[in-house]
Design a protein around this ligand. Structure first.
Ligand code: GPV
Length: 830
């Protein structure tokens, strides 16, 4: 444990001190005594005791940052998929084992207490989880940083499965309060919406614009500590909640319309009520645009307040803040910073534009056209009239530069314009982000290349120097140390603990792949993790699965491009072989699926139903002799991920090449010793480069082959006609074998595959099946598999988010570590 000055009930990290702190909070925070306290109370008491232990570091960090005003990162993201805080804080504070012991001595089980935490599911999937990994790595790298986002009252919905179908339930994560946040009412800001703009002259006769809004809402910040791993640096995750402004309430109240005022108050609070559950599709809803603008305006106002409080003028803003736009969800920040500088701080346009473009950088996270955000112009104008004017001005100046660089190329002007005028008019948010940023990056090598060749080609030709790549990563603190304590112990005993903050050190494990005793330990750990995962599966699905079978796992959001249904075609292929006695022997496999479908994405929901329908038949068919099991783990989230990744033998990363920007689950699996079956897509390519081709199961067409197949007129039905095994498999679905004879339910899937197949399942089918046969043969060679498993983990060092953050810091943000010295509380409050 780190040094502590003034040991007391709020700082002590001895067993005795922690026990005292626990009882103190049970009494004074929960107002309970052991005889009437429940597990929930015990969790809260422990959570408060742990939160106390973050505060000395947190305040020391803020005090140092306030005094020395270092350049600070602001990571703007509509989503932060944090997962439970407590376990992670115990790890990063370095007090996990002591707390476990203290809790034991009290007669409780730490794991059971950890399970009490409602995870903050304030994100959809990869994009939101990346933001969470990044703020962990920022704090660990001692880089001054804020995560800025939205404090949704309801996070991603809670998924249950009824009769095989997904059912959505609200996520009441705040039901029992959130011990990890501190509300900062004194730093609330006001956000305008709607209305119109007016010109006015100042005393010197200069023209300015004033925004007369239709309404205003208050943004109240809620702060959570983000503790770096075994360093003092503790940064802030600042999430905004919308509330009614007092002025607004009051005016209504004075007119005697009390209930009207209450009604408006409710409307204001609706703004941050719920997370939109669509992953990589845009809905074009007014409330969503309001959410985006709301958190962006709150965050920028907050940064300007901090900047001024540190004694600086807005003209040095770009020297002190580097703002990262996590996709286009916060892209309105470009226009908002311009507005704040020009209208509120009276700065001339050119100066404001210089500051803005030196401040922002933009990460693109997808190539899917349906995910590119654009707002209907009339809607945009109704909500953000001043921003539309500013965007018009940005556009006019930008298009003038384009005109000069590419003289006479009018179609290029139309393609690059911030306004899409090809039909109904739209504001193009990716264009705003590109124009307003000094750097634009994709999230894996292939993705960054495809951005330049395709989605952002015209911007690349305009500003090639703006484009770069930063391959994603994940934090080894949550995804190894916390999730996989058994592996962590073995690895640290073998190569020391340096790997935890310097993941490439895992390569020191390589020679041990040849040590049979080490391989035995490695396999025993995987086996124990599988026992844990099997217990979770039994508890959540009622299906008993054997840890002696291969655990073949596909967990991620449900999407056609991610091709969960290709995995289903494989399962049915194996089943069909078993039923027709054509398989000499089948390797026992447990297929584990998990993931949520957007509530309005009919095809994705049907894919879930198909997985469950196939599972129902296969799991209960005696001819299968328990050789195949198919389970759908409901409500896959960060908490379950912590059990799933360590217990996987095989990681399925089977998206159509050219569609998955990066993937990050692929990295979590590899670190924890799963082998990957995957396509040449996203970061799979880089994982394969690292672990070497012989330790990776590759199949499927490449992105460029996919391009050619589509260009030459793809006819999936032709493949179905000539491939007998595939035909048998599709026919089983088509004839209602998995739906009690109902030929209608799965018709949309089958028809789509045979007539359109936009994600080329049929084109990749045979290659996938052949590759899976190789997987089975390899798994039978337990020793070979163990070697490969060790090498996958040993060579996954590149995929730490510490490496990603180091690249952003050096190449994009130009920020440095600011080591923090822990200060005695006395010094901090006196
Ligand atoms: I855009 N991603 C996501 O989870 N939600 C989104 O709305 C968008 C992108 C994901 C990509 O699909 C992954 O390939 C990628 O690894 C992840 O963002 C983080 O970059």
């Amino acid at each position: 444990p780190p040094p502590v000055i003034f040991e007391d009930d709020r700082t002590s990290v001895t067993t005795e001190g922690l026990k005292r702190a626990f009882y103190d909070h049970l009494f004074y925070t929960q107002g309970k005594f052991p005889e009437i306290a429940g597990l929930g109370d015990y969790y809260q008491a422990l959570a408060h005791a742990v939160r106390d232990r973050t505060l000395q570091r947190w305040i020391s960090s803020v005090a140092d940052h306030t005094a020395t005003a270092p350049k600070t990162v602001a990571y703007l993201s509509a989503e932060f998929l944090m997962g439970p805080h407590m376990g992670n804080n115990l790890i990063n504070l370095g007090i996990y084992d002591t707390v476990k012991k203290a809790v034991q001595e009290i007669g409780l089980d730490l794991n059971e207490l950890l399970r009490q935490e409602e995870e903050p599911g304030l994100g959809n999937g990869g994009l939101g989880r990346l933001a969470a990994c990044f703020i962990d790595s920022l704090a660990t790298a001692e880089i001054p940083a804020f995560g800025y986002g939205i404090r949704y009252e309801y996070g991603i919905f809670y998924q249950t499965i009824m009769d095989g179908w997904q059912v959505e339930n609200t996520d009441k994560w705040l039901r029992h309060g959130n011990p990890w946040e501190i509300q900062r009412a004194e730093w609330a800001v006001e956000v305008k919406l709607g209305g119109h703009t007016e010109q006015y002259q100042d005393d010197l006769g200069r023209l300015h614009v004033r925004w007369a809004p239709e309404k205003t809402v208050a943004g109240v910040p809620f702060d959570s500590p983000i503790v770096g791993y075994k360093v003092t640096t503790t940064n802030t995750l600042r999430l905004w909640r919308a509330e009614a402004t007092e002025a607004f309430d009051f005016s209504q109240f004075n007119r005697g319309d009390y209930l009207g005022a209450v009604d408006k108050k409710v409307t204001s609070e609706n703004l941050t009520k719920a997370l939109y559950p669509n992953d990589e599709t845009v809905q074009g809803k007014e409330l969503r645009l309001e959410q985006q603008y709301f958190f962006v305006s709150c965050s920028l106002q907050d940064m300007l307040r901090i900047h001024k409080a540190r004694g600086m003028e807005p003209d040095t803003f770009d020297q002190k803040f580097a703002i990262q736009l996590n996709d286009t969800h916060p892209a309105i920040a470009v226009a908002e910073l311009m507005r704040l500088l020009i209208d509120d701080n009276m700065m001339p346009w050119d100066q404001a534009w210089g500051i803005t473009t030196r401040t922002f950088s933009y990460t693109n996270h997808t190539l899917l056209p349906e995910a590119l955000e654009r707002w209907p112009l009339d809607l945009f104008k109704r909500i953000l009239p001043r921003h539309l004017e500013i965007i018009y001005e940005i556009n006019a100046r930008f298009l003038n530069d384009v005109r000069i660089k590419f003289l006479g190329d009018d179609s290029r002007l139309a393609r690059l314009s911030l306004i899409d005028e090809s039909g109904e008019r739209y504001v193009r948010m990716a264009h705003l982000a590109c124009v307003g940023s000094h750097t634009i990056n994709g999230v894996a090598e292939l993705h960054s290349e495809l951005l330049k060749q395709d989605v952002l080609k015209d911007f690349y030709e305009m500003w090639p120097e703006k484009f770069t790549n930063v391959t994603n990563g994940v934090t080894p603190r949550r995804w190894m140390v916390l999730s996989n304590p058994r592996l962590t112990k073995l690895v640290s005993e073998t190569i020391g603990e340096g790997w935890i903050t310097d993941l490439p050190q895992l390569s020191k494990l390589e020679p041990h792949a040849e040590d049979s005793a080490f391989r035995d330990s490695w396999r025993a750990i995987k086996r124990a993790n599988k026992v844990d995962l099997a217990a979770l599966i039994l508890r959540r699905t009622g299906v008993a699965v054997s840890p002696d079978s291969m655990f073949d796992v596909l967990v991620k959001r449900i999407h056609e491009y991610k091709r969960q249904h290709l995995a289903v075609l494989h399962i049915i292929t194996l089943y069909h072989r078993l039923k027709s006695g054509r398989s000499a022997y089948t390797l026992p496999r447990t297929f584990i699926f998990g993931g949520k479908a957007a509530p309005g994405y009919t095809m994705a929901k049907l894919m879930i139903k198909l997985i469950n329908a196939v599972g129902d038949v296969v799991n209960n068919d005696r001819d299968v002799h328990d050789l195949l099991k198919v389970v759908f783990l409901p409500n896959f989230n960060v908490t379950y991920g912590q059990c799933v990744y360590p217990g996987a033998d095989l990681s399925e990363q089977i998206s159509l090449a050219g569609k998955e920007a990066s993937g990050t689950g692929n990295m979590k699996f590899a670190m924890n010793g799963a082998l990957t079956i995957g396509t040449m897509d996203g970061a799979n390519i880089e994982i394969r480069d690292q672990v070497k081709a012989e330790n990776f199961f590759l199949f499927g067409h490449t992105a460029s082959e996919v391009h050619d197949i589509k260009a030459s007129g793809y006819r999936p039905r032709d493949i179905y006609e000539v491939n007998a095994e595939l035909r048998a498999v599709v026919d089983l679905i088509q004839t209602g074998f998995f739906s009690r004879g109902d030929t209608d339910v799965f018709k949309p899937i089958v028809d789509n595959l045979l007539d359109h197949d936009p994600y080329l399942l049929l084109a990749d089918y045979q290659s996938y099946i052949d590759c899976q046969d190789v997987v089975s043969d390899t798994y039978r060679e337990a020793d070979t598999w163990a070697r490969m498993s060790i090498l996958n983990s040993a060579r996954s060092g590149k995929f730490s988010s510490d490496r990603s953050i180091a690249e952003y810091a050096k190449n994009i943000w130009k920020v440095e570590a600011v080591p923090i010295t822990l200060k005695p509380e006395k010094e901090l409050y006196m």
